[in-house]
Design a protein around this ligand. Structure first.
Ligand SMILES: Cc1cc2nc3c(=O)[nH]c(=O)nc-3n(C[C@H](O)[C@H](O)[C@H](O)COP(=O)(O)OP(=O)(O)OC[C@H]3O[C@@H](n4cnc5c(N)ncnc54)[C@H](O)[C@@H]3O)c2cc1C
Length: 451
């Protein structure tokens, strides 16, 4: 490494994008990655010919520049975003409140009655997500659908979340739509995007093939300590390297622990940033037709996964011929102040942040078996059709927008700015970023001369 060296920490989409765009402008860049492969959350793993992405992953980049780069990297399949909801044995097209027709009359009456009589409040006056849901949907639907899903997906009670993050993610229906959908399935797509793209070959991360080519990525290099005064980073393997410029896509709660002499106030702000951690239960089947839906949501709280999707419906390149596959996501709330890592990641910690329905200290093998049992009881497949089963853990899945997020995030980002570390990406900005947004964030980094 020469003296004028730009180092990027993390080879997820934000780190790859920053490296690609800086290199294109003439900077010399090296990326350091903890894992033995690139992609971060966009990455994948393969077991006996079954490829699984890490969580669901489709691309819906709205701007031409990003879309073209993704498409030049790998041709994609366009998928209409048609998904389903499973609720107490009923299958409802998404969004559920617009497609009530499979439900018993009594349920429909309660949902529609409460929708008509929902609390009236100006959205700008709403204080938390619970209230937002009640005002948008009416009490009965809110309590029986999104409240339950919030506990499963975010691991917290809806009243613990603020609302700025919601944006256009949820569809709010006029009464006519709700009524129409209570008689018959609605053909209209109410999803927040009209298209979702997925690479024909190589799994989701292939959208980055073009950018990844020509980048110097050093694998198995886990950063454990940073000295910003001496501009040196230290790795778990005992080596160190100097930098001129440091760009990090590491999660804020982790990087503040690594920087030497970080004041306690900053460490506390980092530890209080809440996020979800998640398990991926990945299943391969010897039958071609197990998956009926590209993805679906499960509201029942006695069934562990919040969402299930089919890698083989994303692309048949993800499975051996004549086979199919499913992956289920199970989340819980986590934070550095009450850190929970499962036995898979080195033994459960003593502190439990138990806000949702799920005990994070449940051993992974039990989670795997319980998930399989539930999916069998939903009629999706039979036990003897499974030929691959796997469970993996990701410590950082989604940023949780609790009421203290903005204050804590600002404290940490100000500090990183002060010690000269540029922070990018979903966990580096601590933001609800999709892949195209993390890509854009990496692209925004200015080249060395222009800073
Ligand atoms: C459940 C779920 C579903 C999603 N679905 C979609 C979707 O359908 N469409 C979409 O567009 N987006 C989706 N996203 C969002 C998308 O995954 C992220 O926005 C994006 O992948 C974030 O990229 P990143 O580079 O910022 O972070 P990451 O991918 O987390 O990259 C960070 C990198 O840093 C590395 N690292 C961490 N610690 C160290 C260390 N100490 N030393 C060295 N390296 C380290 C990590 O290994 C990783 O490679 C989803 C996310 C989740 C959780």
């Amino acid at each position: 490494m020469g003296q004028n060296s730009t180092l990027i920490l993390g080879s997820g989409i934000a780190g790859i994008s920053a490296g690609y765009h800086l290199q294109k402008q003439g900077d010399s860049v090296v990326i350091y990655e903890r894992e033995n492969d690139w992609g971060g959350l966009c990455g994948n793993f393969t077991i006996d010919g079954f490829r699984f992405d890490k969580f669901v992953h489709f691309s819906f980049a709205p701007d031409d520049y990003t879309r073209n780069i993704f498409e030049e990297s790998s041709p994609t399949f366009p998928h209409p975003p048609v998904s389903y909801n499973y609720w107490q044995g009923y299958w409802l097209k998404h969004p559920a409140q617009n497609n009530l027709h499979p439900l018993p009359v009594e349920e429909k009456v309660k949902i529609i009655e409460d929708f008509v009589n929902r609390p009236q409040k100006d959205v700008s006056q709403i204080e938390n997500y619970e209230e937002w849901l009640r005002v948008q949907y009416g009490n009965y639907f809110a309590e029986n659908f999104p409240f339950k899903y919030t506990r499963k997906y975010w691991g917290v009670e809806p009243e613990e979340l603020e609302t700025k993050w919601v944006g256009n993610r949820l569809h709010v229906s006029p009464l006519s739509e709700v009524l129409r959908g209570s008689y018959e399935e609605q053909a209209e797509n109410f999803y927040y995007t009209k298209f979702m793209k997925y690479p024909k070959k190589g799994g989701f991360r292939s959208i980055l093939n073009k950018c990844r080519e020509g980048l110097d990525i050093r694998f198995n290099k886990e950063v454990v300590r940073i000295n910003p005064n001496e501009k040196t980073i230290y790795f778990k393997d005992g080596t160190k390297t100097a930098y001129t410029r440091l760009i990090s896509s590491l999660p804020l709660p982790e990087i503040v622990k690594m920087i030497e002499n970080t004041p306690q106030k900053i460490k506390d702000a980092g530890a209080n940033l809440m996020h979800t951690s998640g398990y991926m239960v990945s299943l391969g089947f010897k039958r071609p037709d197990v998956a009926k839906h590209l993805w679906f949501y499960i509201y029942d709280e006695d069934i562990l996964p919040a969402r299930v999707y089919s890698p083989n419906l994303k692309s048949s390149d993800n499975v051996p011929e004549g086979c199919s596959s499913l992956q289920a996501e199970i989340f819980f709330a986590n934070s550095g102040a009450h850190e929970n890592c499962p036995p898979l990641a080195g033994g459960p910690k003593s502190m439990i942040l138990r806000r949702g329905f799920f005990n994070p200290q449940t051993p992974p093998e039990i989670i795997l078996e319980k998930t399989i049992e539930s999916l069998i009881s939903m009629g999706l497949f039979k036990e003897d059709e499974i030929i691959v089963k796997d469970i993996r853990f990701e410590k950082y899945a989604n940023v949780i927008f609790d009421k203290d997020i903005y204050k804590n995030r600002e404290t940490v980002l100000d500090y990183l700015n002060k010690v000269g570390i540029e922070s990018i990406g979903r966990f580096g900005k601590w933001e609800y970023m999709w892949t195209h947004q993390a890509f854009e964030d990496g692209r925004k980094v200015k080249n060395y001369a222009a800073r």
